[in-house]
Write a protein that binds this ligand. Structure first.
Ligand code: 15L
Length: 312
């Protein structure tokens, strides 16, 4: 039988597909409250992984490629309906981020959280990552280790608003089949700031890992994870986050020496007893390491915006 020479043509090398380079396949994610500190870290860490729609009551300049900005107030359902349109998931950071007067907490955090969930539901956005806080459980003592199943023990009106957001998430998951992940965030910072934060520190890259799990992990219904790094001094058993795939890369311990050396003594013993620290006593502010956040009435905000427009 005559032999036929078959020329071997090498098939073109298969390129591994990198969805991150193809914006058509990147998920579009909405981050509310994107102008805040946590939003800033998240934008940087998530750049290139998702298309980012950013929203805030404050204007946001210097957008990077892959980012768009739509101004919106989470206390307005109309605004929230506009900003949640056409996204794959919402990361709700918006609201007032420390203890404040009831009217402010009510508007920004209680009404704000409701609007975020309700607008997502009406627009068919199934997944929501809700930025809860360690202050939802701040009245647990520091000599206790708590996990995701404990009942809330808020240390402030702010903490109550976070427990409310978690409860809302549970309702929207059970009643409407939404997929909700609540992150009880400790303190996001490039480095831990004080003794309490050695226990609840969350590095920006660990934050991004948690948020990515919360956005991408299939088959979730309602979950609570603690937003902390792998701190040796933690007060939380974060087994639920680990079960969902979280492998923290950072631990506050290497910073402990420096932090403890700078720690001022003489704090009120009640703030030392509880995980929430100064929030357990605070009537305003709650976080002495932050510049006071001034609550603004809608009227004052409108005046400011008008003045800024005139200046342009
Ligand atoms: C929070 O929930 C606040 O948003 C943040 O500003 C810090 O105060 C943090 O808690 C904390 O407990 O350190």
């Amino acid at each position: 039988m005559p032999t036929v020479a078959v020329k071997w043509i090498r098939p073109p090398r298969l390129k591994l597909y990198d969805a991150r380079k193809d914006s058509a396949l990147m998920k579009k994610i909405l981050i509310t409250g994107a102008a805040g500190d946590v939003g800033g870290h998240l934008r940087r860490e998530l750049a290139g992984r998702y298309e980012l729609r950013l929203s805030d009551i404050r204007p946001l300049k210097n957008l990077a490629s892959g980012e768009e900005f739509i101004r919106g107030d989470c206390a307005s359902l109309r605004d929230m309906l506009r900003v949640t349109q056409g996204v794959a998931a919402v990361v709700h950071l918006g609201g007032f981020s420390v203890e404040g007067p009831w009217e402010v907490i009510l508007r920004a955090n209680i009404v704000g959280a409701y609007n975020a969930f309700e607008a997502a539901r009406r627009n068919g956005v199934r997944r929501i990552v809700f930025a809860s806080s360690n202050h939802a459980v701040g009245f647990y003592r520091r000599d206790e280790t708590i996990d995701h199943r404990v009942y809330p023990k808020p240390d402030s009106r702010y903490g109550v608003s976070k427990a409310f957001g978690e409860a809302l998430g549970s309702l929207y998951a059970d009643k409407y089949g939404m997929e909700v992940v609540c992150l009880r965030i400790g303190n996001v910072n490039p480095r831990p700031m004080d003794k309490r934060r050695l226990s609840i520190w969350l590095s920006p890259r660990d934050l991004a890992q948690l948020v990515s799990i919360a956005i991408d992990r299939p088959g979730l219904r309602f979950e609570i994870m603690y937003g902390i790094s792998g701190n040796r001094r933690r007060w939380y058993d974060n087994a639920n986050a680990e079960r969902l795939g979280y492998r923290p890369q950072d631990d506050s311990e290497p910073h402990a020496g420096e932090v403890l050396q700078k720690e001022k003594t003489g704090a009120d013993p009640r703030t030392e007893l509880y995980q929430g620290g100064t929030f357990v006593l605070a009537e305003d502010g709650g976080d002495p390491t932050r510049a006071p956040v001034k609550p603004q009435s809608p009227k004052a905000r409108a005046r400011k915006t008008k003045a800024a427009r005139k200046r342009k």
